[in-house]
Design a protein around this ligand. Structure first.
Ligand SMILES: Cc1ncc(COP(=O)(O)O)c(C=O)c1O
Length: 454
């Protein structure tokens, strides 16, 4: 019998707990600082923005956190997600490597983002919250929270980065289909948005600005909280269901990865796949190489500074220690909108500082070429963000070919690109450019990093 192409788990095999890597790390994370006092924050400081159950997850160091049954019930709409063996891509590349990918594009919103949107909406609804505000880049997170809000009876307002709002009109239609309101950011709805527009009426927006707008509204109203689609510890925790399932599925395939890859915007799908494998290594198991793949136009892990910085542009959020390009840095308008964030998840940054992972950066044209090669071999059209992971995996497979090694490669195909076909059209028309960031702007953004007492 030939080797299977898909490895599927039963609904009853879906994980019942998320995995918290903080329990296994050799060193705790640096403290999170209050933006006013520059002193470590307390859980109460976060209460205007998040319900206490989410704050508890944010600061938890327990290894296992139970996934509530109502959340698992919604997850059954698409989880467990499939693990594929990329036989046809292996053949197309002529590599002796075995390539596996975990496919998160099977969710209703088309990516891994509902893995955190569903529990965040659940905990907020449980706490009596009526409305959620959020930011979105590509629109994947916004549509995921829109769906989750509809399921748990919450009103959702999404501030979408202007350049993506214009590039992807159908994402907005999807958010509206789920009953949410989607506003281009910077907007005239918030004080901060109006300030940005007064200085730059054509500002393309950034995730940092959209976060400021969403936080500003949530902080003003008692019935409203804020939800973040990446970066924070609880979001990374929710995404570990990806890696926990993948571990079971690799065992079904009688295989174990030598290298694990995922793209990184704020770090959530990467952490989701990689952290359970890193934890396995930290507890004495076989440790694969772990590689984060980021865009060269917004390279927080490979070019950023490991320093305390704000999570948003208006400096409303607490300060965290992370790899950052500076909170005022506006990345160029390349198509992987979900990767256009100035910082990296503090937990991913900490794991990088501990030497437990590597990072590489690729430009967008090369990533689209990889995505097209993948689509022609495997059929699935990846989201522009996921193309970075595909590119990373193909590079590893070609290295194996050069070195004559049959290593096992596992990567996360974080979403499909059905709403991103304009970007593919531009690629085929030769209109896609490798937009690089402005070195002077980067230097300026980095020189403006906040000074924090030692
Ligand atoms: C398909 C897809 N992959 C990856 C990302 C990057 O986010 P993160 O690094 O949090 O996984 C996004 C963000 O919107 C996305 O839509």
């Amino acid at each position: 019998m030939s080797t299977p192409t898909k490895y599927l788990l039963q609904e009853s095999q879906m994980p019942k707990f998320w995995y918290n890597i903080q329990a296994d790390l050799p060193k705790p994370m640096p403290a999170v600082l209050h933006p006013g006092t520059m002193q470590p924050i307390s859980p109460d400081d976060l209460a205007p923005l998040f319900p206490m159950s989410i704050i508890e997850q944010e600061v938890s160091t327990e290894r296992e956190v139970e996934i509530p049954e109502p959340v698992r019930e919604v997850f059954r709409l698409w989880r467990p997600s499939p693990l594929f063996r990329a036989h046809r891509l292996e053949q197309a590349l002529g590599t002796p490597a075995k390539i596996f990918y975990k496919y998160e594009g099977v969710s209703p919103a088309g990516s891994h983002k509902p893995n955190s949107a569903i529990p965040q909406a659940f905990y907020n609804a449980q706490a009596g919250v009526r409305r959620l505000t959020t930011e979105t880049g590509a629109g994947q997170w916004g549509s995921s929270l829109a769906m989750a809000g509809q399921i748990f009876g919450l009103d959702v307002t999404v501030y979408q980065v202007r350049v993506s709002y214009d590039q992807k009109p159908y994402r907005r239609a999807l958010m509206e289909t789920y009953g949410a309101r989607c506003v281009a950011s910077p907007s005239a709805e918030t004080e901060y948005g109006r300030r940005v527009l007064a200085e730059h009426p054509d500002h393309p927006g950034s995730l940092g600005i959209a976060i400021s707008e969403a936080v500003e509204i949530a902080a003003q109203r008692d019935d409203t909280k804020y939800a973040l689609g990446s970066v924070l510890n609880h979001v990374l925790l929710h995404q570990t269901i990806i890696g926990l399932e993948a571990m079971e599925q690799m065992q079904m395939a009688d295989a174990w990865p030598d290298v694990v890859l995922a793209c990184t915007g704020g770090g959530s799908n990467f952490a989701g796949l990689a952290f359970p494998f890193i934890g396995h290594g930290l507890r004495g198991g076989t440790a694969p190489r772990i590689v984060a793949v980021e865009p060269s136009a917004c390279p927080s892990l490979t070019r950023g500074k490991y320093a305390y910085d704000f999570g948003d542009t208006a400096h409303l959020t607490p300060l965290t220690k992370m790899h950052t390009l500076g909170s005022t840095f506006t990345p160029p308008g390349f198509h992987a909108g979900g990767l256009r964030y100035h910082g990296m998840a503090p937990l991913v940054s900490h794991v990088r500082e501990l030497g437990l992972m590597e990072a590489v950066a690729y430009n967008q044209v090369d990533c689209f070429a990889a995505g097209v090669a993948f689509a022609r071999a495997e059929g699935i059209v990846p989201a522009p963000e996921a193309n970075h992971a595909v590119k990373g995996a193909i590079e590893e497979a070609l290295r194996c070919k050069r070195e004559g090694k049959s290593e096992t490669i596992l990567f996360n195909l974080s979403g499909h690109g059905h709403f991103d076909m304009t970007a593919y059209q531009n690629y085929f028309a030769g209109k896609l450019k490798d937009e690089s960031y402005d070195e002077r702007e980067l230097a300026q953004a980095l020189s403006g990093l906040p000074s924090v007492p030692a």
